[in-house]
Design a protein around this ligand. Structure first.
Ligand SMILES: [Zn+2]
Length: 85
């Protein structure tokens, strides 16, 4: 399974949050790495999308769609910094 970068989630995240979220900052709870969504390692071939830390492979963000409803969880990034609107 070939991973993508966080830009692969740009369309879905724009639909969910109404703005470009690829420049949203985060801090990984596992290793402390800081970065932006565009730098995440993203796997989209399963039933949902999983975004992992580029340094330690911890799960940062998951989302899935079913019957038009999205579920999103961000267990590895409780600290986020929204980009300017
Ligand atoms: Zn990490």
């Amino acid at each position: 399974m070939r991973p993508l970068d966080g830009n692969a989630m740009a369309g879905v995240m724009h639909d969910l949050f109404g703005r470009d979220m690829t420049t949203m900052g985060y801090k990984c709870t596992s290793c402390g790495r800081t970065g932006v969504v565009a730098e995440m390692v993203v796997y989209m071939s399963g039933p949902g999308t999983v975004a992992r830390c580029r340094d330690c492979d911890a799960v940062l963000l998951m989302h899935a769609e079913r019957h038009g409803m999205y579920c999103i969880d961000a267990p590895g990034m409780p600290q986020t910094v929204l980009p300017p609107a």
